[in-house]
Design a binder for this molecule. Structure first.
Ligand SMILES: [Zn+2]
Length: 258
């Protein structure tokens, strides 16, 4: 029976061989990228801006922050992203939104846990363990969540929580104002669009007991959404707020289409 099943699955592999998550080229295993697409991913690694997490071309000296962080200081403390938002990152996120949700969330979260290691702390160190943050996904408006039935940021936050041993508070921040999609809006329009769009649920805020918050998002474009959420959290007494996203738009790198 067992060998029959194996025979059956290898026949299935011949009929439907596993394909690359980006280009649909044939691969050796399911839920992976082919070598060519893997090479197209642009992980954001050091040196980077310690505030915005933007990649630096070269090391600018200890504590040096980006021109963007100086010109527009964010309300959150630190942001980190796993990848530069390019064609491959965009495909992976759309698969997360519209396709193989669980597998994609696990795949993306693995990179986010690595990119956000400075924000998440380490379970092994008891001192650090006490200071571990709570993950808060960027909420969708209830209407949109109903249409789509799930929230991709919550999927990512749950996968990160599982992998890094962190707690998640998915209902702490609510979207109280429907906003138009941010695509095609200028930085200022984006800021206006999300202004007053979020509210904190006071009963859940109490449960935080002064813990740090890490906001989880799929893509950061100008940062206006995570900034609006940070403003609301700060207003309600949350002192330390960081942000982790799967990808982020980096002007000048692969930003042909946002
Ligand atoms: Zn490929």
């Amino acid at each position: 029976m067992e060998s029959f099943k194996r025979f059956g699955s290898s026949i299935l592999d011949l009929i439907y061989p596993p394909v690359c998550m980006h280009c649909s080229g044939v691969t050796g295993a399911a839920d992976v990228l082919c070598a060519k697409c893997w090479m197209k991913m642009r992980p954001i690694t050091h040196p980077l801006c310690p505030v915005l997490g933007l990649p630096f071309e070269y090391f600018l000296g200890k504590g040096a922050i980006s021109a963007e962080a100086i010109a527009n200081p964010p309300i959150f403390d630190r942001a980190r992203s796993a990848l530069v938002h390019n064609e491959v990152a965009r495909t992976l996120i759309s698969r997360l939104k519209f396709g193989d949700r669980e597998e994609m969330a696990t795949f993306c979260a693995r990179m986010m846990v690595f990119a956000g290691s400075e924000l998440f702390g380490d379970n092994a160190d008891p001192l650090v363990k006490k200071d571990r943050p709570v993950l808060v996904p960027v909420p969708l408006h209830p209407g949109r969540q109903w249409q789509r039935r799930y929230n991709q940021s919550t999927l990512l936050a749950r996968a990160i929580a599982r992998q890094a041993g962190l707690k998640i508070e998915p209902l702490l921040v609510r979207r109280v104002k429907p906003t138009r999609p941010q695509i095609g809006l200028s930085a200022r329009q984006r800021e206006k669009n999300v202004n007053g769009a979020f509210a904190v649920v006071p009963q859940l805020l109490e449960k935080l007991q002064g813990k740090r918050v890490v906001i989880v998002d799929d893509v950061i474009t100008t940062g206006s959404t995570v900034n609006a959420i940070s403003a609301e959290l700060k207003k309600n007494g949350v002192e330390r707020i960081d942000v982790i996203s799967f990808s982020r738009v980096v002007i000048g790198i692969d930003d042909e289409e946002i």
